[in-house]
Structures are given as C-alpha cells and as structure tokens.
Design a binder for this molecule. Structure first.
Ligand code: SAM
Length: 390
C-alpha cells in the first residue's frame, strides 16, 4: 500500500483511545501533540511524504530556491552589520532541508567569507525529516557547515535563529467563551469516535493569554491558544547573545487573530493538498496548524531582551530583498517562452495574496544588540527600480 492510500493510522487512533480511557478527556493540545508527534505514529514522526507535489502541502522553500537565496541576502547584511565574525545560523523545523540548502549554496557562491565561518545548526523533531535533510545537505555536511542538535542543547549563540512554518505546528489548546466564561475544548472518545466537550480550563495561563494579547475572546467565539509558542519564544530569546530571530509563518497581530468576526478560530488541517477544519479525520496522516499570534511573540521577545525590527507580509519582505529584480533576471535567462511562463507562475505563488503565500504568511524579525539597523528586507516598494516598460 502506498502512503497515498493511508487515510488514517489505526495504531495511533488506538493509542489515543487508550490514553482517554486511562486519563479521561484530554486537552486538544494533547490530542494534537499525539496526532503530530506521537513517537512512533505521529504525522511528523512517521515515514511519509509531507512536503511538495506528492505530499500534503507546499512550503515557500519547496516552491523555488529563490526564497532561500533572498533570505541569504538578509543574513549577509546582519553578518556585515555585526562585524563579519563567526556566525551561527540556527534553523528549527527544517523540513527536507531545502531552505538550508538554498541558503548555504547562495552563501558558498556569493559570500564565501561568511560561508567558511558559518555554523548552521538544525533543530528537527522528525527523524524522517532529519534523514532527508542529511541526504539533501550532504555536500555542506562534508564541508563541516551543518550540525544537528536539540533546542535544549543549544549554547548561547551569536547569529540568527530562523524558522519557516514551525510555530503554526506547535500543539494548541482550544477555548470557547460561553455565558461569559472561558471554557476549554477537551477531546473525549465515545464508541471509538472522538467528540469534543467543554470543561473548565486545564491551565490558568489560558486566561492570561487573552489579557496579554490585549484582546478578550468575544462571547460564542472559539480560539486556539499556543502556549508552546510563548515558551519557545522565551527560550530562543534567552539563548541569543547578539543577532536576530527571523520567524516566518501563517498568522496575524492579536487584534486581527482574535477579531470578533473570527468565530471559529484558525485551525486548519492539510491532507494531499486539501485543507479542512476537521482534526478528527486522517488521524496521523494530515498536518494540523493554527495561525500564529505575532503580537505575543513580540511581547514575549521584548520581555527577554529582543526588539522588534520588522513585521510585515511575506510579499513585502521578499520584494524588499529583491524578488522582482531576480524574477526579471531569471526570466531573461529562459529562452523557451513556455518555461519562462512556468517560472513566472511558480514564483508568483511566493508573493500572491489570495490563495498564494504572499499575504497569509508574515515575517517577524526581532533583534538583540543590533542598534538601529535598517534591514534590507524593509526596503520600501517605491524604492524598487524597475526597467522601463515593466
Ligand atoms: C511545515 S514543516 C516546514 C518545513 C520547512 N521549514 C520548509 O520551509 O519546508 C514543519 C517542520 O517543523 C518540524 N517540527 C515541528 N515541530 C517541531 C519542533 N518542536 N522542533 C523541531 N522541529 C519541529 C517538522 O518535522 C517539519 O520539519
């Protein structure tokens, strides 16, 4: 049976049912943790094609190498600003390793003085992805540039902490406001089927989350609460001695994420390029995500010495780094008009708003010890010089 035929992992379902039998109803965060990260059967821990055409979803780095090559420009500027010394680039949640590959290829060919001083550390939860990363990054591993480690083992470092679509995959609690009381959604099991029930909060931090966000949940509404993201931000900020944290993900500022009209939250599941809001199907065979509360990442970062340097949509970030100029250059290299058109369509995905990755993805850059740096990615669109006729 090919993994395309997998509609559910029966072993995982049985494990979750057993846990509920033993402990009673579990938080949605625990349910999501088991679905995605169960040590043997979780979506990210089992062997499966997740990213790309044969998988469940695309990521920007799986779309085109230009994504990583543009981010390399931002890394180079940070390194120059910091005095061109030894630099550690940490990437957490590196997928199949393509962002790392494109970044390192770009640095090796365009900024070898940085490449030879660079230590690229990957923090990856999935053994399956770690193996794919090792295959795809073989030449840079041989060159001594790439090392794998756990976040808990990461020594204080100078450089940049990078992630693309990591934080949206952290397990989230789900809450609802009913009769003016915040209640938590728990997952129970009846006749082998999973059902949701409302119960008092299992963690007092769930209440604090809305206060900290500055946006109370509106009566009748449901929202996800990513407590793991707050702990993660604190850990990352504490380990960064000097440099930047660059986080790319689906998400909004708190006021938009918790807006009254967003009645049912943002939980989305992906299976074979179909999205749905049903986390109780394709158990262990679908990705599960919730949009990131960027206001809280900024706040927690500030509490731990980070300063927000940049927050915007992915399309602005990429345009600032030279997306359009590169698109024009790459197209001019294509003699075959059909291939040139295909290239244009592929690259457009990175910046398109509706349905593309340009607007739903946001980029947050937080700095420590960088003073008043004007980031390359912040170059305004009006400053982009285009050839006549474009
Ligand atoms: C949606 S994929 C994004 C992959 C990659 N960044 C890209 O752009 O293609 C999420 C990645 O994060 C990893 N991951 C999820 N939770 C993690 C965690 N807590 N620590 C480390 N890696 C994690 C997954 O195994 C996967 O490699």
């Amino acid at each position: 049976m090919s993994d395309l035929d997998n509609v559910e992992n029966a072993d995982l379902r049985a494990e979750i049912v057993q846990e509920i039998d033993r402990r009673g109803p579990i938080s949605f965060a625990r349910y999501m943790e088991l679905c995605l990260y169960h040590p043997r059967y979780g979506y990210y821990t089992s062997t499966r094609t997740r990213i790309g055409k044969q998988g469940d979803f695309f990521t920007s780095s799986s779309v085109h190498s230009l994504f990583g090559r543009l981010i390399a420009r931002q890394i180079v500027q940070l390194w120059q600003h910091m005095g061109k010394g030894p630099f550690t680039l940490v990437e957490q949640g590196a997928g199949e390793g393509y962002l790392c590959l494109d970044l390192l290829d770009a640095l090796a060919s365009e900024t070898p003085e940085l490449y030879v001083q660079l230590e690229y550390r990957i923090i990856e939860i999935s053994t399956d992805h770690r193996q794919k990363q090792k295959q795809n990054l073989a030449s840079h591993v041989t060159a001594g540039r790439v090392i794998w480690c756990e976040l808990s083992e990461l020594e204080p470092f100078t450089g940049c902490f990078l992630s693309n679509e990591l934080v949206d995959a952290f397990p989230v609690h789900v809450v609802e406001k009913q009769d003016n009381v915040l209640q938590e959604v728990l997952v129970n099991c009846i006749d082998e089927g999973f059902v949701e029930e409302l119960a008092p909060l299992t963690d007092s931090r769930l209440n604090d989350y809305f206060e900290l966000s500055g946006n109370p949940l509106v009566e009748g509404n449901r929202a996800e609460v990513n407590l793991a993201a707050l702990d993660w931000m604190a850990q990352v900020a504490q380990r960064l001695v000097c440099g930047a944290v660059l986080t790319i993900d689906y998400g909004y500022p708190a006021a938009e994420l918790l807006a009254p009209w967003r009645r049912a939250g943002t939980l989305l599941c992906y299976h074979r390029h179909q999205s749905s809001d049903n986390p109780y199907q394709y158990i262990g065979c679908q990705d599960m995500t919730a949009h990131v509360n960027f206001t809280l990442l900024e706040k927690i970062g500030e509490e731990h010495g980070l300063k927000t340097l940049y927050f915007s949509e992915q399309y602005r970030f990429l345009l600032g780094l030279g997306f359009l100029e590169e698109l024009i250059r790459l197209q001019a290299l294509e003699i075959d008009p059909k291939r040139a058109q295909a290239l244009r369509l592929t690259l457009k995905n990175l910046i398109l708003p509706d349905g593309g990755m340009g607007e739903s993805f946001k980029v947050l850059v937080q700095g420590k010890g960088l003073g008043n740096i004007e980031l390359l990615c912040a170059r305004p669109i009006r400053a982009i010089g285009l050839p006549a006729g474009i």
